[in-house]
Design a binder for this molecule. Sequence first.
Ligand SMILES: Cc1cc2nc3c(=O)[nH]c(=O)nc-3n(C[C@H](O)[C@H](O)[C@H](O)COP(=O)(O)O)c2cc1C
Length: 213
Amino acid sequence: MELSEIMRTNGTCRFYKPNPVSDEILAQVLDASRWGPSGGNRQPLRFIAVRDQKKKKALKDLYLPIWNSYLEGVNSGENRVGGRSKIIEDADHFANHLHEIPILLVVCARLADVHPTDVNLDRLSVVGGASIYPALQNVLLAARARELGTALTTLLCVVEPQVKDLLGIPEDVSTAAMVTIGWPANPFPKKLTRRPLTEFAFTDHYNEGAISS
Ligand SMILES: Cc1cc2nc3c(=O)[nH]c(=O)nc-3n(C[C@H](O)[C@H](O)[C@H](O)COP(=O)(O)O)c2cc1C
């Protein structure tokens, strides 16, 4: 499959078949992360592929209350969601059926290796994520290329101490995301809903010389 088609159709998969994903395919998909960049090539990423039914149920039990309180915020207008309300309906199904998905991939990072350059600015530090999420995106693309569905989520990071306890994650390693992996129950989307390039790509000056595709 052509790369641009993989990218354009790799939507967040919230409905999965129960069919298992083999160790071999999982290894191929995770191997793709190795080619991602990281500050100083320090490769901070660590993965725990949770397949054990009891542990998946425990992760779902941790996730669901956070999702439910996020949902309350959506309903009250406190949490803003771009796009259709169908997203919320689907995400609610996803949260309630999380433990039925074949693999819950807990994505971790050794923070000593993320090399953030913006920690002394008077704002939220974001640069550390650049050593984590590009490599993780390779996993999502490699999964799509094999017809596997994925969903990148971060709500579970709210309860990081409990997740670390459950999975034996050491003190110097943090959680960065949870990615669900399985065979999609529905066809992949033909194209994702995204803003046009002209709204966010500029030439020489912010908000001037919009670049169009
Ligand atoms: C940083 C980040 C955090 C996210 N966290 C969650 C989450 O905790 N739960 C969830 O159901 N979806 C989560 N998502 C998925 C988004 O809802 C999804 O990417 C967005 O709605 C676009 O969906 P689409 O790619 O299918 O168009 C997250 C996505 C990102 C990039």
